[in-house]
Write a protein that binds this ligand. Structure first.
Ligand code: CA
Ligand code: CA
Length: 546
């Protein structure tokens, strides 16, 4: 019944707008994002975009994405002009590994001071940093400090030496079994070298000895090198494995963070640790800014589960509030790192299936406090066939579905299998997933309190499809409200007790307009009149106290 009423209401509004030539009226929809400037900020809070370089954009026709390809697409990510809203609005990039390596994924580094020639040159990288700088985009790079490639010249040298019972040379950089390093780790491997070493990932990825002064001296040089190139920080790979019988991984992270600060006081670091929340909370005691919130992300995490089931209730808001409290307890400067999926898992679109659910999940995580990390292609709903392998997690970015890219990861992963259109097509479709993402980022960029706020209160509406919470930042309060019901609009009274002088600052509606019998769009908007919020099915509202 409520739904029918609101449809009638929406139709009446449209009819009256037509009749009066869009004259003013309290029941008329006015886009709350119009006329609001993007906030000018230059801190660590960013809308990050994760680029798997080999799959993003190929500039030279060799079927592998590369750094010049990324440069050619920067205006898509952020054109640097605050007066346009045609770009996506990302303000940070996380680059997947790009240092020389023989593997396609490049998590086994052979040289920490160069760019793999498959992806370009150091000059290309420097140009990327300069071009990002012009657009206000910060770049962080994937840094693999747990292990390197078994082809790293120092590891090869170490093996040669250990075979000759020389233990005080290059062996001290690695977790190699020697009389001086009597490791008993369970993951000893042998790469045909006759030498035993720790290799949690594979025998091709021997691990660095992170307690060794020699290793730390080298790591300081690596940090200095890239920070002086202009990167804003690092995504630290596999931080869980920093810890072994003689290394405290948290102490190591603290050391690395403090060391990097010598070269950039504002360095930003986010750790990757695919474990439960208790272990992640503990990692925050290292002092590094962020750890990815795997509890909220992944196909089975809080956000995608909530959207797929349509059930939020107070539980979702309570969960995100509790999560933030826990990380702030360990580090008062903690910045949550929220995401849906990354390169190691089933794509969000595979898990969410429908366009509406894909948009709703975006609405949930792109309104949370912290830094958001959007995996390339997520904003167009890129999905993958038979999802369960690396190649499918890393399929090519689809710029134009009428002209599919030839780039594949590892020779597999056919972008033709995606069910949604490419960027070029979605840009022209007002209600596309891409335009939904652009709007979500715009709202995030217009309201800096969204990313920076602390959730101080959850708000109950006694409806399992509704979640709401208050965030506060520098004395400003925001109210975020979501309706995940696929079928029902919700009418919610926003009292002064919830938020005094509430003003609508942003609205997101996932579902496309219905059509009347003549094929005209019936747009059902988020409306706020006389203290009553009308939330159409699968929509969100962001209020600010004025
Ligand atoms: Ca290329
Ligand atoms: Ca390790």
């Amino acid at each position: 019944m409520k739904r029918i009423l609101s449809l009638i209401l929406a139709s009446l509004i449209m009819a009256s707008a037509l009749l009066t030539g869009c004259s003013e009226g309290s029941n008329e929809y006015k886009d709350p994002t119009e006329g609001i400037e993007l906030a000018k900020t230059d801190d660590k809070y960013r809308n990050y975009y994760q680029i798997w370089i080999g799959s993003f954009c190929d500039s030279n026709g060799d079927e592998t994405g590369d750094i010049p390809g990324i440069i050619s697409k920067l205006d898509y990510l952020n054109d640097g002009d605050p007066t346009t809203d045609t770009d996506l609005g990302v303000t940070g990039i996380w680059l997947s590994p790009m240092m020389p390596s023989i593997s396609y994924h490049k998590y086994d580094v052979m040289d920490y001071y160069d760019i793999d020639e498959e992806f370009g040159t150091m000059a290309d990288f420097e140009k990327l940093i300069a071009e990002c700088d012009k657009r206000g985009i910060k770049v962080i790079i994937d840094l693999v400090l747990n292990h390197c490639s078994s082809r790293h010249p120092w590891f090869r040298q170490a093996c040669e030496e250990v075979k000759k019972s020389k233990y005080d040379g290059y062996a001290k950089y690695f977790e190699i079994l020697t009389p001086e390093n009597p490791i008993t780790c369970a993951n000893r491997s042998d790469a045909g070298t006759g030498v035993a070493f720790e290799g949690n990932f594979s025998f091709e990825m021997p691990e660095w000895n992170l307690s060794s002064e020699a290793t730390r001296e080298e790591f300081e040089k690596i940090a200095k090198f890239w920070l002086e190139k202009g990167v804003a920080g690092f995504r630290l790979d596999a931080v869980k494995h920093f810890t072994n019988e003689h290394t405290d991984g948290i102490e190591f992270m603290k050391w690395f963070y403090d060391t990097a600060k010598k070269y950039n006081e504002d360095v930003y670091m986010v750790g990757e640790n695919w474990v439960g929340p208790a272990e992640i909370y503990e990692m925050y005691t290292s002092g590094i800014d962020s750890q990815f919130a795997f509890k909220l992300g992944t196909a089975s995490g809080d956000i995608i589960s909530a959207v797929s089931s349509g059930v939020l209730g107070e539980n979702y808001a309570a969960q995100v509030k509790k999560y933030q409290e826990n990380i702030l307890k360990r580090n008062e400067n903690a910045i949550n790192a929220v995401f849906l999926t990354n390169h190691d898992m089933v794509r969000a679109a595979n898990a969410l299936v429908t366009e509406n659910n894909i948009k709703m999940a975006a609405a949930l995580y792109l309104t949370l406090p912290g830094n958001t990390f959007t995996y390339y292609g997520e904003e167009t709903g890129t999905n993958a066939p038979n999802a369960d392998n690396d190649a499918n997690y890393r399929t090519a970015m689809i710029w134009d579905s009428d002209n599919l890219p030839a780039i594949f990861v590892n020779g597999v992963g056919d972008p033709e299998d995606t069910k949604f259109h490419g960027v070029a097509q979605q840009e022209k479709d007002e209600y596309s997933i891409l335009n939904f993402y652009k709007r979500a980022f715009k709202i995030r960029n217009q309201n800096p309190e969204l990313a920076r706020g602390i959730i101080t209160k959850t708000v109950k509406f006694d409806d399992e499809a509704v979640a709401a919470y208050i965030t506060e930042y520098n004395g400003t309060k925001l109210l975020v409200v979501h309706n995940t019901s696929e079928r029902d609009a919700k009418q919610l009274t926003i009292t002064d007790e919830i938020l005094k002088n509430a003003k609508l600052r942003g609205d997101l509606t996932a579902q496309r307009p219905k059509q009347d019998t003549e094929g005209n769009d019936i747009v059902e908007h988020v409306m706020f009149n006389n203290g009553v919020l009308n939330l159409p099915p699968q929509s969100s509202a962001i209020f600010k106290a004025e």
